[in-house]
Write a protein of this length. Structure first.
Length: 172
Protein backbone atom coordinates (compact mmCIF):
# COMPACT_ATOMS: atom_id res chain seq x y z
CA UNK A 1 0.00 0.00 0.00
CA UNK A 2 1.38 3.40 -0.93
CA UNK A 3 2.24 5.99 1.70
CA UNK A 4 -0.70 8.26 0.87
CA UNK A 5 -3.17 5.37 0.96
CA UNK A 6 -1.73 4.13 4.27
CA UNK A 7 -2.01 7.61 5.82
CA UNK A 8 -5.59 7.94 4.54
CA UNK A 9 -6.45 4.51 5.94
CA UNK A 10 -4.90 5.35 9.33
CA UNK A 11 -6.77 8.67 9.49
CA UNK A 12 -10.04 6.93 8.63
CA UNK A 13 -9.49 4.41 11.45
CA UNK A 14 -8.65 7.16 13.97
CA UNK A 15 -11.83 9.14 13.32
CA UNK A 16 -14.09 6.21 12.52
CA UNK A 17 -17.51 6.52 14.10
CA UNK A 18 -19.12 4.51 15.58
CA UNK A 19 -16.39 2.48 17.28
CA UNK A 20 -15.50 -0.91 15.90
CA UNK A 21 -17.58 -3.75 17.39
CA UNK A 22 -16.44 -6.86 19.23
CA UNK A 23 -18.35 -9.56 21.10
CA UNK A 24 -17.24 -11.08 24.41
CA UNK A 25 -18.17 -13.86 26.79
CA UNK A 26 -18.30 -13.38 30.53
CA UNK A 27 -17.72 -17.05 31.37
CA UNK A 28 -18.95 -18.16 34.76
CA UNK A 29 -19.67 -21.14 36.97
CA UNK A 30 -21.19 -21.48 40.41
CA UNK A 31 -19.28 -22.93 43.34
CA UNK A 32 -20.93 -25.41 45.71
CA UNK A 33 -21.65 -22.59 48.17
CA UNK A 34 -23.59 -20.73 45.46
CA UNK A 35 -20.95 -18.05 44.86
CA UNK A 36 -20.17 -17.31 41.20
CA UNK A 37 -16.68 -17.49 39.74
CA UNK A 38 -15.66 -15.92 36.44
CA UNK A 39 -12.93 -16.92 34.05
CA UNK A 40 -10.27 -14.34 33.23
CA UNK A 41 -7.31 -14.75 30.92
CA UNK A 42 -4.27 -12.76 30.00
CA UNK A 43 -4.17 -11.14 26.58
CA UNK A 44 -1.64 -12.58 24.15
CA UNK A 45 0.07 -9.27 23.46
CA UNK A 46 0.22 -7.22 26.67
CA UNK A 47 -0.53 -9.83 29.34
CA UNK A 48 -3.31 -7.73 30.89
CA UNK A 49 -6.37 -9.53 32.29
CA UNK A 50 -9.31 -9.77 29.87
CA UNK A 51 -12.34 -11.87 28.99
CA UNK A 52 -12.57 -13.77 25.67
CA UNK A 53 -13.68 -11.51 22.84
CA UNK A 54 -13.44 -11.20 19.10
CA UNK A 55 -14.59 -9.52 15.91
CA UNK A 56 -17.92 -10.25 14.22
CA UNK A 57 -18.04 -13.47 12.20
CA UNK A 58 -19.96 -13.99 9.00
CA UNK A 59 -23.23 -15.91 9.47
CA UNK A 60 -22.92 -15.85 13.30
CA UNK A 61 -24.98 -13.91 15.77
CA UNK A 62 -23.26 -11.97 18.53
CA UNK A 63 -23.87 -14.59 21.24
CA UNK A 64 -22.52 -17.30 18.90
CA UNK A 65 -19.35 -15.28 18.35
CA UNK A 66 -18.98 -15.01 22.14
CA UNK A 67 -19.32 -18.81 22.45
CA UNK A 68 -16.74 -19.40 19.71
CA UNK A 69 -14.24 -16.96 21.21
CA UNK A 70 -14.63 -18.56 24.66
CA UNK A 71 -13.89 -21.96 23.16
CA UNK A 72 -10.88 -20.80 21.10
CA UNK A 73 -9.29 -18.51 23.70
CA UNK A 74 -9.94 -20.25 27.03
CA UNK A 75 -11.21 -23.72 26.14
CA UNK A 76 -14.70 -23.58 27.61
CA UNK A 77 -18.02 -24.68 26.18
CA UNK A 78 -21.42 -23.40 27.14
CA UNK A 79 -24.44 -21.47 25.98
CA UNK A 80 -24.22 -17.71 25.91
CA UNK A 81 -27.33 -15.69 26.62
CA UNK A 82 -28.75 -14.17 23.45
CA UNK A 83 -29.36 -10.79 25.05
CA UNK A 84 -26.32 -8.67 25.84
CA UNK A 85 -25.50 -8.33 29.53
CA UNK A 86 -23.73 -5.02 28.94
CA UNK A 87 -21.06 -3.12 27.06
CA UNK A 88 -17.62 -1.69 27.64
CA UNK A 89 -15.18 0.34 25.57
CA UNK A 90 -11.43 0.22 25.10
CA UNK A 91 -8.78 1.28 22.61
CA UNK A 92 -7.45 -1.61 20.52
CA UNK A 93 -3.81 -1.43 19.50
CA UNK A 94 -3.42 -2.53 15.89
CA UNK A 95 -0.34 -4.18 14.38
CA UNK A 96 0.64 -0.87 12.72
CA UNK A 97 0.74 0.88 16.12
CA UNK A 98 -2.52 2.74 15.65
CA UNK A 99 -5.18 2.57 18.38
CA UNK A 100 -8.85 2.44 17.45
CA UNK A 101 -11.90 2.72 19.72
CA UNK A 102 -13.81 -0.53 20.20
CA UNK A 103 -17.22 -1.18 21.75
CA UNK A 104 -17.49 -4.66 23.27
CA UNK A 105 -20.88 -6.30 23.69
CA UNK A 106 -20.73 -8.78 26.58
CA UNK A 107 -22.80 -11.96 26.76
CA UNK A 108 -23.04 -14.14 29.86
CA UNK A 109 -21.89 -17.70 29.21
CA UNK A 110 -22.59 -20.45 31.73
CA UNK A 111 -19.69 -22.88 31.41
CA UNK A 112 -20.77 -26.49 30.90
CA UNK A 113 -17.42 -28.05 30.00
CA UNK A 114 -13.70 -27.26 29.91
CA UNK A 115 -11.58 -28.91 27.22
CA UNK A 116 -7.90 -29.83 27.45
CA UNK A 117 -6.92 -28.81 23.93
CA UNK A 118 -8.00 -25.57 22.31
CA UNK A 119 -6.65 -23.12 19.74
CA UNK A 120 -4.88 -20.68 22.08
CA UNK A 121 -3.78 -23.13 24.79
CA UNK A 122 -0.44 -22.02 26.21
CA UNK A 123 -0.76 -18.50 24.80
CA UNK A 124 -2.64 -17.18 27.85
CA UNK A 125 -2.85 -17.63 31.60
CA UNK A 126 -6.35 -18.65 32.62
CA UNK A 127 -7.80 -18.39 36.13
CA UNK A 128 -11.17 -18.82 37.82
CA UNK A 129 -11.65 -16.00 40.32
CA UNK A 130 -14.40 -14.26 42.27
CA UNK A 131 -16.22 -11.40 40.57
CA UNK A 132 -14.54 -8.99 42.97
CA UNK A 133 -11.07 -10.34 42.10
CA UNK A 134 -11.87 -10.18 38.38
CA UNK A 135 -13.00 -6.56 38.75
CA UNK A 136 -9.68 -5.74 40.43
CA UNK A 137 -7.65 -7.42 37.68
CA UNK A 138 -9.21 -5.98 34.51
CA UNK A 139 -8.18 -2.50 33.36
CA UNK A 140 -11.34 -1.26 31.66
CA UNK A 141 -13.55 0.68 34.13
CA UNK A 142 -16.81 -0.35 32.42
CA UNK A 143 -15.77 -4.02 32.49
CA UNK A 144 -15.02 -3.69 36.22
CA UNK A 145 -18.56 -2.41 36.72
CA UNK A 146 -20.01 -5.30 34.68
CA UNK A 147 -18.13 -7.82 36.86
CA UNK A 148 -19.57 -6.27 40.02
CA UNK A 149 -23.08 -6.03 38.53
CA UNK A 150 -22.85 -9.70 37.61
CA UNK A 151 -21.88 -10.53 41.19
CA UNK A 152 -24.96 -8.68 42.44
CA UNK A 153 -27.17 -10.44 39.91
CA UNK A 154 -25.89 -13.83 41.06
CA UNK A 155 -26.15 -13.07 44.78
CA UNK A 156 -28.51 -15.60 46.35
CA UNK A 157 -31.80 -13.97 47.13
CA UNK A 158 -32.71 -14.25 50.78
CA UNK A 159 -36.38 -14.92 51.37
CA UNK A 160 -38.24 -12.03 52.86
CA UNK A 161 -38.91 -12.43 56.54
CA UNK A 162 -42.64 -12.89 57.00
CA UNK A 163 -44.29 -10.13 58.91
CA UNK A 164 -46.03 -11.57 61.93
CA UNK A 165 -48.66 -9.41 63.48
CA UNK A 166 -49.68 -10.20 67.01
CA UNK A 167 -53.18 -11.44 67.53
CA UNK A 168 -55.42 -8.72 68.78
CA UNK A 169 -58.25 -9.61 71.11
CA UNK A 170 -61.32 -7.46 71.12
CA UNK A 171 -63.41 -7.07 74.18
CA UNK A 172 -67.06 -8.04 73.81
Amino acid sequence: MGLVKRIASNLRLMVQRPPRQQYAALCYRTKKNGEPEVLVATSRDTGRWVIPKGWPMENRKSHQVAEQEAFEEVGVKGKAEKAAFGFYHYNKGLDNGLKVPVRVQVHLLKVEDCVKNFKEKGARRIEWVSCQEAAERVNEPELKILMLEFSERMRPKTPATPVVTPAVKFAN
